[in-house]
Design a protein around this ligand. Structure first.
Ligand code: TYD
Length: 229
């Protein structure tokens, strides 16, 4: 018998924006996974293929979203998980409406988002314990039901994340000061998201050297764009 925990939630209300020559991509991963570097590398690669590339970050990307970002990341009091989930969703809805969907209506455009719904599944759904179903439910209504065409999850283990964070030595924000247990749950959350969206989410080994990770991502993006090498 199938374990109840393994039940696949209903994702029928979700869709990828229909944009014949334009694409919506996202990057996911825990701190230190190499998202920023790989985002830049993918941007250059796609520009080389003559795509117009728009990079956005979540939360943020609009004036309102940036205010929410500041409010969340600088918060000195613990937010209720539901408050967190709706704040991220508000920022996302504005970003979709004001930027993402409009940009995708322009030919040969690629919108790349640094984090998107899978971060909500991992952080608020899993690590904060709201559950994946709650996060999916919050995203049922348009424009929140829009999904990227492809998502790259840069998979690194806990130890690598902590080593890379330590090497950076930056001051820690709201989420970065969380415990190892929290990070462990995040990893499980991203794995859970990949199980629910196996076609969209590509698991990339983030322990490999930079060029190798970029090549793995390019392999998937080529497939999406119909490029054969
Ligand atoms: P950021 O500094 O952009 O983190 P990173 O460089 O690791 O991407 O801060 C965004 C933080 O917000 C990050 O810790 C993850 C968290 N987050 C959520 O908890 N839920 C969400 O839906 C999103 C988009 C981000």
């Amino acid at each position: 018998m199938k374990n109840l925990k393994e039940k696949t939630p209903d994702i029928s209300s979700f869709q990828c924006p229909s944009s014949p020559s334009s694409y919506f991509l996202s990057f996911e991963g825990i701190e230190g996974s190499g998202k920023s570097t790989q985002l830049k590398n993918l941007k250059s690669y796609l520009e080389g293929l003559e795509y117009r590339v728009i990079i956005l970050r979540e939360p943020g990307g609009t004036a309102f979203g940036e205010k929410l970002r500041g409010a969340i990341l600088a918060s000195e009091e613990a937010l209720h998980p539901i408050a967190e989930a709706y704040l991220f969703a508000s920022s996302r809805a504005q970003l979709l409406n004001q930027v993402i969907l409009k940009e995708l209506s322009i030919k040969k455009t690629v919108v790349i988002c640094d984090r998107y719904i899978d971060s909500s599944i991992a952080y608020q759904g899993h690590a904060r314990g709201l559950g994946t179903e709650t996060i999916l439910k919050i995203h049922e209504l348009p424009p929140l039901n829009s999904l990227p065409h492809q998502t790259y999850y840069l998979d690194i283990d806990l130890q690598t994340s902590f080593e890379r964070q330590k090497a950076r030595g930056n001051e820690k924000d709201y989420f970065e000061s969380e415990s190892k247990k929290f990070y462990q749950k995040l990893i499980q959350g991203f794995k859970e998201a990949s199980r629910i969206f196996p076609d969209r989410i590509k698991i990339i080994n983030g322990h490999l050297e930079e060029e190798r990770v970029s090549a793995d991502i390019q392999k998937y993006v080529n497939r999406l764009l119909g490029i054969s090498h």
